[in-house]
Design a protein around this ligand. Structure first.
Ligand SMILES: Nc1ncnc2c1ncn2[C@@H]1O[C@H](COP(=O)(O)OP(=O)(O)OP(=O)(O)O)[C@@H](O)[C@H]1O
Length: 358
């Protein structure tokens, strides 16, 4: 055995209550092997006294089964979770999953203007439609963390709306079957907000913990564009199941999108796939014009070891839907643009193993 093969073996150990293993969660701090003794050091954040005991037993059991291992020493550093855990809550690396939230997925892009918010809004509406048909209405949330230019309120037809306050909590607004919370609801359009890192972190934590999301199958999180410190902090603050990277097809966009993907890999957030937006434009004769080049989405997906979730063509109706607050998935349910988003929504639900009738 070597330090590496110990870590490899520990990939079989799942964090209690999760389908992910302790290595991919980034909880294994060190591993060593000498004279038949495997020594590992693991750091976790939890307030549940059962978790450390369960983990220790699992790790010992796993390593004792490895060839040449006679003894196992597990050093477990346990720090208390920041927030008091609610029933069904697990805490990892500082993030707290609210009870009732099944899956959270970040929508990210390497740079601005690729249609990330448009994609997030339409994906949320398509998910809500599929889940409603499956007998699960009102189980999709959309959290707009694009603090620098929140466009979700306008795109969802909620411009100027204000959420209700219930005690210490905010009640998300509901539109097109989606529960929505956005920084745009809380700040005045005419007052530019100068955000500093700690303020961003605090706001995002409150968006997760002090918003009455209720029972959700999927919460989509629209991240600010780019791969700076703000994004990295957000990703570490939020308990994420995975991320979708939105890109346009031109080869020039691949490098910057790749950086976005690598950021998630650095913090052990799995990539659920790449979504290519503005893939082509269908002219009057039905011929596809590749205005922004071709193949970028598939190339990035391959580079990052993930797959292409789907492609969304350029449609004037998509832009018009965003501007009017009636996303195309809602205003023209049976049209081609809506179908493109629904296909991606179905693939995502399958990937997250959410049962549906879509
Ligand atoms: N597939 C599409 N077809 C037609 N128009 C689109 C499409 N996707 C996005 N757009 C339009 O492109 C513009 C930019 O989209 P959007 O605001 O969603 O980008 P973004 O990546 O979220 O930008 P930022 O992150 O800088 O806010 C919008 O006017 C939107 O309506």
């Amino acid at each position: 055995m070597t330090a590496d093969s110990i870590k490899e073996a520990l990939k079989q150990v799942k964090y209690p209550g999760f389908s992910r293993d302790i290595v991919s969660f980034g909880l294994v701090r060190s591993a060593a092997f000498a004279d038949g003794t495997a020594k590992v050091s693991v750091a976790i954040t939890t307030s549940d006294p059962k978790v450390p005991t369960m983990l220790k037993t699992e790790i010992e059991h796993c390593l004792r089964a490895q060839p040449g291992v006679k003894d196992v020493i597990v050093e477990l550093a346990v720090s208390a979770a920041k927030a008091a855990p609610k029933p069904g809550t697990a805490n990892l690396g500082g993030g707290t999953t609210p009870a009732g939230l099944k899956h959270s997925v970040a929508i990210a892009s390497g740079k601005g203007g690729v249609g990330k918010s448009t994609f997030a809004v339409n994906l949320a509406c398509a998910l809500a439609q599929i889940l409603e048909k499956s007998g699960r209405p009102g189980r999709v949330g959309l959290m707009d963390c694009d603090i620098y230019g929140p466009s979700v309120p306008l795109m969802m037809g909620l411009g100027g709306a204000r959420p209700e306050v219930d005690g210490e909590n905010l009640v998300p607004l509901e539109r097109h079957g989606v529960k929505v919370m956005s920084m745009g609801f809380l700040v005045d359009d005419n007052t530019p907000v100068v955000w500093r890192g700690p303020m961003i972190m605090k706001t995002i934590q409150q968006f997760v913990q002090n918003v009455k999301w209720g029972d959700l199958d999927v919460l989509l999180i629209d991240l600010p564009p780019g791969t700076g410190d703000a994004q990295l902090s957000l990703v570490q603050t939020l308990p994420l199941d995975g991320a979708i990277l939105v890109t346009t097809p031109q080869p020039a966009a691949t490098n910057v999108a790749r950086k976005g993907g690598l950021m998630f890999q650095k913090v052990n957030v799995p990539l659920l796939g790449v979504a290519e937006n503005m893939s082509w434009f269908e002219d009057a004769t039905g011929t596809r014009q590749h205005l922004f080049g071709e193949g970028g989405g598939a190339t990035i997906a391959e580079m990052l070891g993930t797959s292409l979730l789907g492609q969304v063509p350029l449609f004037p109706e998509i832009r018009a839907g965003g501007d009017s607050g009636q996303p195309v998935t809602v205003s023209a349910v049976s049209g081609k643009p809506a179908k493109a988003f629904r296909e991606i929504a179905t693939t995502l639900l399958n990937r997250l193993k959410v049962p549906h009738a879509g």
